[in-house]
Design a protein around this ligand. Structure first.
Ligand code: GLY
Length: 315
């Protein structure tokens, strides 16, 4: 039994491991671990109290993948429901003929299945951070009027904050039966254009699990993982016979081929079916966490760095 997670998964990993030890599945562990992060008001990149979009609305993305069957569920742009990972799992388990529900449809589905809804998804503190960013970037000295016809196109480029693009939580688990599951949840970029969807709910981009080979999940600038199919690439490279380190390294190197101006920080965690694990980052000093069944608590370890020269101010 093994769980690996991005470093912000520390709040959820003990509960996830407890579930595995009690006979729970890898899917259970991933969901339990991520729910703890989604409920944590101190994490501003995932679930409740994440940084909102430029209009001050919190839009959540999440996905979960079952390595036994490659079945998956995902939601995007979901408002008002803190536990995006649980709704994503239900998209899969209710046996809809769909994998990904977005926006009003995701919210309708969440209501229909009785998912927990919260009236207030942001604290005053985070509303204040958003208001300040708006005021600072508008040049108007005050929070601009957010009317429907206000053009956001240029303004969103000013307001989007490279320091707050990273974040997101990853969990990957191997249970007592050797089954693998992976999950990702995020509130996405701070001050993003409304309707922007990142890599987290896109199977193959930010999340992929296959019992036969292994699994990978990403954090960082999701647009890059979408364009390079990063999570799927790692698993495909494993399928092609590369070692875990080679597969993860190659998927990071692939990101260097991306053109355009918006190239920033990327991170991934991955494991293979034998329980070897690795973390990679384009930034020095980044970490991830892991716990095996026999360990009393999780350990934080450094990620290997593969430099991806940033073409955007900040990472
Ligand atoms: N990696 C998370 C996002 O870009 O939304």
């Amino acid at each position: 039994m093994l769980i690996i997670a991005s470093h912000n998964g520390a709040i959820g990993i003990a509960g996830a491991m407890r579930a595995l030890k009690q006979g729970g599945s890898a899917m259970d562990a991933v969901e339990i671990g991520i729910r703890a992060v989604e409920a944590d008001p101190a994490d501003h990149t995932v679930g409740y109290n994440g940084y909102p979009n430029i209009l001050g609305e919190l839009e959540l993305d999440a996905s979960i993948m079952d390595g036994r069957s490659l079945n998956s569920g995902a939601v995007a742009l979901m408002r008002g429901f803190p536990y995006a990972i649980s709704v994503a799992r239900e998209v899969m388990e209710r046996k809809l003929p769909h994998v990904l529900l977005a926006g009003a449809g995701a919210e309708r589905f969440a209501r229909e299945i009785g998912a927990e809804a919260w009236d207030e998804m942001l604290t005053e503190e985070i509303r204040g951070v958003w208001r300040k960013r708006l005021a600072d970037s508008s040049g108007e000295g005050d929070v601009p009027l957010l009317s429907d016809d206000r053009p956001l196109l240029e303004w969103v480029k000013l307001a989007t904050d490279p320091e707050r693009v990273a974040g997101t939580v990853n969990f990957i688990a191997i249970d007592g039966r050797g089954d693998i599951a992976s999950g990702v949840s995020t509130s996405g970029w701070a001050w993003k254009y409304p309707g922007r969807i990142g890599d987290s709910p896109i199977i193959g981009a930010g999340n992929y699990a296959d019992n036969r080979y292994g699994a990978c999940a990403c954090t960082g600038m999701g647009e890059m993982a979408i364009r390079a199919s990063t999570a799927r690439s790692v698993v495909l490279y494993l399928q092609m016979g590369m070692s875990l380190a080679e597969a993860a390294r190659q998927a990071m190197l692939d990101l260097r081929d991306l053109g355009g101006d918006y190239i920033g920080g990327m991170n991934l965690i991955a494991l293979n079916r034998d329980g070897a694990h690795i973390g990679m980052s384009s930034d020095a000093g980044r970490t991830y966490i892991y716990q095996q069944a026999e360990m009393a608590e999780h350990v934080e370890v450094e990620r290997e760095m593969v430099e991806i020269p940033a073409r955007w101010a900040g990472k």
